[in-house]
Design a protein around this ligand. Structure first.
Ligand SMILES: [Zn+2]
Length: 175
């Protein structure tokens, strides 16, 4: 019987433009995500090594916050959200949406989880969750016709409503 060996290797330099990259691990046990070299646009399916030098984080960006939807999800930059909301005013007011917390570099922290969204507008959305959330999030909402849209949300307020917390967030675009 042939034995399958688990092989991992590390990338610290872009194979296309030779620029330095934070340590990306291909084939390891960490969560695999799609990263993009900011210099040349080359993409890597890899996990970011926890021991990677922080000052190199500027050289990559995450292509998809919700990798299982990477084929279908568009980003805010590609659509005019206000135009879409005007075209389809009878959108659902409350829906269950996946979110993931982001750090200061807009890299995901931990696993994605689900919140309830309400009051979607072109500039932001309110979300309801069992614990208070703060900072920045990536959210995936579903619009009529367009389908899933990946948006970045900055939490600007948080109010307790009974046993739940309602957070107001403003959409923003990644540099
Ligand atoms: Zn590159």
């Amino acid at each position: 019987m042939q034995q399958v060996t688990e092989r991992t290797f590390q990338i610290t330099q872009c194979v296309t433009c030779d620029g330095p990259l934070p340590t990306l691990v291909v084939g390891g046990a960490g969560a695999t995500r799609e990263w993009e070299c900011r210099n040349c646009g080359a993409t890597y399916l890899a996990s970011l090594s926890p021991s990677s030098p922080a000052h190199l984080r500027d050289s990559i960006k995450l292509s998809h916050y919700f990798p299982e939807r990477r084929e279908t999800a568009t980003t805010l930059r590609e659509i005019d959200l206000e135009h879409e909301l005007r075209r389809h005013p009878r959108r659902p007011m409350m829906m269950s949406i996946p979110v993931v917390l982001l750090d200061d570099d807009l890299f995901p922290v931990g696993q994605e989880f689900t919140v309830i969204s309400r009051n979607l507008s072109a500039s932001g959305i309110a979300i309801v969750h069992s614990i208070p959330l703060e900072g920045k999030l990536a959210v995936l909402i579903e619009l009529p016709v367009i389908g899933h849209v990946q948006l970045l949300l900055d939490i600007v307020r948080c109010t307790q409503v009974g046993d739940l917390f309602e957070m107001g967030g403003a959409f923003f675009e990644r540099r």
